[in-house]
Design a protein around this ligand. Structure first.
Ligand code: HEM
Length: 175
């Protein structure tokens, strides 16, 4: 069996089926939307509003009868790019808020639903008690991946926020 093949069996549970809190499922859905939206803004800026599009903008304006320099065409693409970054930053704020929400939620979930107790239980089952090793290995890998994902999210938030507040932090995205 592949180690991350879907399973709905909890370690030590008599019945099949995993219970995730509504807040966790809601968090997951909103997170998916925000991360996708954030990636979409990056995609737009690295394609449609990339510096290389300056020539395209210049040619379109010239074809429309305007006399435009490279610098002026660059200012247009740059302005559009900035607007999309503005949206990216709103997605970023929402992601940061969700991350905080997830941290706080961890304290209000039942022990059976919390990440670190689950990880500890899987670790003990696999390495110490050596029981239900297949399910324990699966749980260990999956929860390990969750921790990795949260670490990535943490890095995004702690590196993105200082950029978003560059007036206060002095950390500039374009310098
Ligand atoms: C899914 C998560 C995220 C991804 C994949 C992502 C990706 C990126 C990328 C690729 C850039 C361009 C960097 C460059 O041009 O060198 C960027 C810029 C930026 N990101 Fe994010 N980011 C994410 C989350 C966040 C968060 C949580 C914030 C916090 C508010 C944030 C704020 C910013 C800011 C302020 C910039 C600079 C925009 C500018 O140049 O004006 N990002 N991001």
């Amino acid at each position: 069996m592949a180690i991350i093949e879907p399973t709905n069996q909890e370690i030590g549970a008599k019945r099949k089926g995993k219970k995730y809190a509504f807040s966790t499922r809601f968090w997951h859905l909103v997170n998916f939307v925000l991360i996708s939206g954030s990636l979409f803004t990056v995609l737009i800026n690295s394609t449609l509003f990339d510096r290389s599009q300056r020539t395209f903008v210049k040619n379109e304006l010239i074809n429309a009868g305007a006399a435009v320099s490279d610098k002026q065409a660059g200012a247009v693409t740059h302005g559009l790019e900035d607007q999309v970054w503005g949206i990216h930053i709103y997605f970023g704020y929402a992601l940061a808020a969700l991350f905080l929400f997830r941290l706080i939620a961890e304290f209000f979930l039942t022990p059976a639903q919390r990440l670190f107790p689950k990880l500890k239980k899987a670790y003990q089952a696999y390495f110490i008690l050596k029981k239900e090793r297949e399910a324990a290995k699966h749980e260990l890998v999956v929860k390990g991946l969750y921790v990795f994902f949260y670490l990535l999210l943490l890095i995004m938030v702690v590196t993105g926020l200082p950029l978003a507040f560059e007036d206060y932090t002095g950390i500039c995205a374009k310098c």
